[in-house]
Design a protein around this ligand. Structure first.
Ligand code: HPA
Length: 288
């Protein structure tokens, strides 16, 4: 995406440019991969070398995060020697933000020059083979949010009016994640992520409906970010940490605390997986 001056009359481009200029003044790093860390998965950011930490509340047009398990800061640095930018916490539609606000940080990462976006999240397992603590490599999604971040006039400078999503999670990314998980002997699955707006967890009937529709896991994020990055021509890969069995599949009631506790426990396998896959994703972009 270019942020050249010809679009300066556009409020959205001005906001994007202000955020990007602010971040670039704070750091020398020129990130090639973006990473979004979901609920309870923030510890990976501690492994970033030579880090620049920027609280969201300092970045123009960002917001603070209100959700426990989301730190609310951007970290730039290197992981496995690759320059990355990491969002430790994200904005959710259920917090009351518009879709455009939810994907603003995604667009900022893309405008910083990343070629690949790695999305992580906590999700409930719909597929009955899944167990809490397993990882699911996302190979497709169902947008069940009833909204879309691209609704409204299309900004041609960002991407096409009708973007193709036939590889919303790019094939090489899925293959690299699978190969890495196999080599690391991490329990993993390939599956379809269903995005709902929340904030309620689902009813058992909704979980049965989603299984019929082809979903393997369900959560309240990721889909808008994937759409916005694909619109910008940035490759997207995603990993869900299965934190619980979806409603109706276990006698236990669902709680955010369980989600946080399980994702923290699974955090080390996710960290290993991402540290291994990041150089692979970077070299596949260089050879593309
Ligand atoms: N449903 C929706 N979102 C979630 C879940 C769930 O079961 N677990 C973690 N995030």
């Amino acid at each position: 995406m270019t942020l050249d001056r010809k679009e300066s009359s556009n409020r959205f481009f001005n906001q994007l440019r202000e955020s990007v200029d602010f971040i670039q003044k704070k750091t020398q790093h020129k990130p090639r991969i973006g990473l979004v860390l979901g609920s309870g998965l923030g510890s990976l950011a501690d492994l970033i070398e030579n880090p620049t930490h920027i609280p969201y509340t300092d970045i123009p047009h960002f917001f603070g995060t209100s959700i426990e398990g989301h730190a609310g800061k951007m970290v730039l640095g290197t992981l496995s020697s690759i320059p990355i930018v990491c969002l430790q916490g994200r904005f959710h539609y259920y917090e009351g933000y518009s879709m455009a606000q939810v994907v603003f940080p995604t667009r900022v990462l893309c405008a910083l020059g990343i070629h690949t976006l790695l999305l992580t999240n906590a999700a409930g397992g719909i597929n009955t083979r899944y167990r809490p603590g397993d990882l699911m490599i996302i190979n497709d999604h169902l947008n069940l949010m009833g909204d879309n971040p691209l609704k409204g006039p299309n900004l041609e400078e960002l991407g096409p009016r009708f973007p193709d999503l036939s590889e919303a999670y790019f094939k090489e990314g899925v293959a690299a994640l699978k190969q890495s998980a196999e080599e690391l002997k991490i329990t993993h699955h390939l599956g379809v992520y269903a995005g709902l707006i929340g904030p309620t967890y689902e009813t058992p009937a909704e979980v049965r409906m989603m299984r019929t529709l082809g979903a393997d896991a369900v959560g309240m994020s990721t889909v808008p970010e994937s759409i916005a990055a694909n619109h910008l021509g940035v490759r997207v890969a995603g990993v869900s940490c299965i934190t619980n069995l979806a409603a109706g599949l276990s006698p236990q009631k669902l709680s955010h605390q369980e989600v946080i506790d399980t994702s923290k426990a699974a955090g080390s396998s996710l960290t290993q997986l991402l540290s291994k896959v990041i150089p692979m994703l970077d070299s596949s972009a260089n050879s593309a």
